[in-house]
Design a protein around this ligand. Structure first.
Ligand code: ARG
Ligand code: ZN
Length: 481
């Protein structure tokens, strides 16, 4: 604001201008409660309104012997409105104390909402620090589709893993748990000596504490959606290295899974370089993998920089799939859980492309195998891909169902058929670059695709992306590979 201009304005105009810039109307800051959710179509209570987190600093002390967590979360956020109170999502656990800007704050809990009432209202635009001290035995969260995330004790009971898709992160730290709020992270995990603690990003330090415990300090320099945060505690064989272009690799493998994991994980550095060639610059400053004891989870997850596998990865394609999510899902994150096909359709398409580029069936052959029947190109049951349109799962049970994956990938192949290879790959790279470290919706994608390729793709969207009926065989592709 230019003060020379201000001084020439009449007093009421100045007051109005100040109200506009500070978001308040009187002398005292008038806050109002932040919303208890961001109205996600499937998880309306996920996330919270009125602020955006900039940084999480989590200090987790975990003992696998009794499953107890003692933790402090310091959350730096920016208020987007005047706030008299705001919410964090937290499931289970006991909150011992909350402070905001160093002052004790009142708080109460209802369901998975932790409501914090700071001693003083927060002003719009203010950056504020909230500290939450909490403890207890974190639990698993069961999804609408019956799968489990949150805090999972691994088989044998000698370790645990925190995973968050879609709403499991609230089981192990308080936060704004919706993908539309991305932040940087420092996650420090202290465990008994002999255990490893692995998380996202780079390992900044590993410190032997005097009391027979080891502290692992992990740093995520790039923004991360909270569902992609992870912590794995257990006995792991750690391997470090670099990809050809210098990206640090850190893999942690459960000893019982080491032999079976070795051949597929050995190809990870090459996959990263392949991804860079196909999708553009790798979005993060680290890569790697976490292989848990067998049967730890019912799925693998693309946790940022370091995907989690529930036992030795069963195939190269699975490792490639989780790696591809680093561009599609982790760097370009969905605006809502309804946009999940933007994650899974791209990651599945990446598997097809990897196959095409390595002497296997082409993406078109994968597409044809789906069209021909409900089988994948490898002959395995490919699922009922036609059951519903990928951009319109009907309920939260369906966000990880097969049409989101297979038919999502088919949408991309249909676009490729329409626009040809040059425009298609420019579109894929442009999409990753334009929304790097951000969020995007299905509408953002369709608009971008048409703008970037200069083509009207209405038919592809209407039939393949949104059409309720299982699409019939497409018209003969022009120059499809
Ligand atoms: N996003 C994971 C993948 O495709 C699958 C996770 C499915 N399970 C879940 N609870 N969200 O690699
Ligand atoms: Zn996936």
């Amino acid at each position: 604001m230019d003060h020379r201009v201000l001084s020439r304005l009449a007093a009421p105009a100045v007051a109005a201008l100040l109200a506009l810039t500070t978001g308040c109307t009187g002398e005292t800051v008038q806050g109002r409660p932040g919303a208890s959710g961001v109205r996600d179509p499937f998880f309306p209570k996920a996330g919270n309104g009125g602020y955006q987190v900039e940084h999480y600093s989590l200090d987790l002390d975990y003992d696998p012997a009794d499953g107890q967590l003692h933790a402090t979360a310091v959350i730096t956020a920016r208020a987007e409105q005047g706030l008299s109170s705001f919410n964090l999502d937290l499931s289970g656990l006991e909150v011992e104390g909350v402070s905001v800007q160093g002052e004790g704050a009142r708080f109460n809990r209802t369901g998975n909402e932790l409501t914090v009432r700071p001693a003083e209202d927060l002003e719009r635009g203010e950056v504020f620090r909230t500290e939450v001290d909490y403890s207890g035995r974190p639990k698993a969260v069961t999804d609408p589709d019956g799968s489990e995330e949150g805090w999972i004790v691994t088989p044998g009971g000698k370790g645990a893993v925190g995973v968050g898709e879609p709403v499991g992160s609230m089981a192990w730290f308080p936060g704004n748990h919706h993908p539309s709020d991305k932040a940087t992270y420092d996650i420090t995990v202290t465990v008994p000596r002999g255990y490893e603690a692995v998380s996202n990003g780079e390992l900044r330090s590993r410190t032997e504490e005097g009391d027979g415990r080891t502290a692992f300090a992990w740093h995520s320099a790039e923004p991360m959606a909270s569902y992609l945060a992870t912590v794995a505690v257990g006995k792991f064989e750690v391997t470090t290295g670099r990809t050809a272009s210098g990206i640090p690799v850190y893999t942690a493998v459960s000893p019982g899974e080491a032999a079976a994991s070795e051949p597929v994980l050995a190809r990870l550095p090459e996959m990263v370089e392949w991804g860079i060639g196909r999708f553009g610059p790798y979005p993060f400053s680290a890569t790697g993998a976490i292989v848990l004891p067998a049967h730890s989870l019912g799925y693998a997850l693309e946790t940022q920089t370091r995907p989690v596998f529930p036992g030795a990865p069963g195939s190269e394609e699975l490792v490639l799939h989780e790696l591809a999510h680093q561009w599609f899902g982790d760097s370009v994150s969905p605006k809502s859980w309804k946009d999940m096909w933007l994650n899974e359709g791209f990651a599945t398409y990446a598997e097809w492309l990897w196959s095409e580029d390595h002497g296997g069936p082409s993406a078109q052959q994968h597409f044809d195998a789906y069209v021909a029947g409900d089988t994948r190109v490898d002959g395995e049951a490919g699922s009922d891909w036609g059951a519903f349109p990928p951009a319109a799962p009907r309920n939260p049970k369906e966000i990880s169902a097969s049409p989101v994956y297979g038919r999502g990938a088919m949408v991309l192949q249909r676009v490729r058929q329409e626009v040809g290879d040059a425009k298609f790959f420019a579109l894929v790279r442009g999409w990753a670059a334009d929304h790097r470290h951000g969020n995007a919706s299905t509408a953002d994608f369709t608009a971008y695709a048409e703008e970037k390729t200069g083509r009207d793709l209405t038919e592809v969207w209407d039939v393949w992306l949104y059409g309720k009926d299982r699409p019939k065989a497409p018209k003969a592709p022009k120059d499809a590979k």
